[in-house]
Write a protein of this length. Sequence first.
Length: 372
Amino acid sequence: MFYQCTSCKLIYDHTECIWKCPKCSGLLDLQFTFEIDIAKLRNRKCTLWRYREAIPIESDNDIISFDEGMTPLQQIVVNDYPVQLKLDFLFPSGSYKDRGSTVLISKAKSLRVNEVVEDSSGNAGASIAAYCAKANIASNIYVSNKSSKGKLFQIQSYGASLHTIEGSREDVAQAAKDAANRLFYASHVYHPFFYHGTKTFAYEVCEQLGWKVPDTIVLPMGNGTIFIGAYIGFSELVQLNIIEKIPKFIGIQTKACAPIYKTYVNQSDCLQDIIPNQTVAEGIAIAKSARWKQMIDIVQFTKGQILAVDEIQIKSALIDLSHRGYYVEPTAAAAFAGVTQYIQNLESDELIVSTLTGHGLKTGELIDIMNC
Ligand SMILES: *Cc1c(COP(=O)(O)O)cnc(C)c1O
Ligand SMILES: [Zn+2]
């Protein structure tokens, strides 16, 4: 098991506390041998750790887990069209980020780390703080002072040190990177281990469909932790000959902050500059996604698309969902707005899977502002 720089291809041992290439600052990938034996799964607990041989943690003793995962996959009907929705807002900390945190904080535990730093728009910070609390690791969480209050309260109540930063999401990230010079950077954006947790989304979807692969996956797209993670999961299942193809990947951005959408539409080779506008989809309002190129590559390779949804679409998606009994945060509704838009222009029959990423209970104020 080793890290490889995606730019200069240098290789680093997995026990090094690094989050980007020390030589060229390139993004790191993790290489290791993984395995899934379907026959073995039958007798295992209904958690994401059931795919134990595909999760790169060496010793069971280091696993930090709330028995999370295997969230329900439910069918709903959108404009007469069936869609499968993964209820990932039902994770212990209220968002799918727990998929990544259980693996990344287990890795930190195995490295005997005793203090970490992380920055986020809220949910990743809350999730890392929760797992650090369980692992007895101190956590420093950097967030914007404009993040939803519910997320800030949650981070603090886990016992984390909350650092609220005035400024853009990029300013928040910079403050965390400064702290990361002396602390383990438990970054959901950069750290490869996080993605080897979020990839379990793909495993679970296929297992819940009886090891059938969906035709189309619709996912929110900000920093790409679920988008890229799901892609890794489906690719691994193809490599293991468990499924025969990788689904089409549809990425959803919020129009108010859609740099990847703009780059994709303009067919540009560098990430387009944008001036972010106000949006209720705080979880995907990312102006400079470090992994933007990987996301566009995935879309092109799978013959997918990138769509951008506006505030009105997000609001009606949120109302649609809550009137069906799903109380999620506006960022999750943004992805569902993307599902609705995608279906409108659909001609063929497709098995579509999407996800509800975050719980509404943290963002009551935001939902109130929207007059839903
Ligand atoms: C983090 C998050 C997303 C999107 O994740 P990215 O990694 O930024 O692409 C979507 N919805 C919710 C609720 C989130 O917390
Ligand atoms: Zn490098």
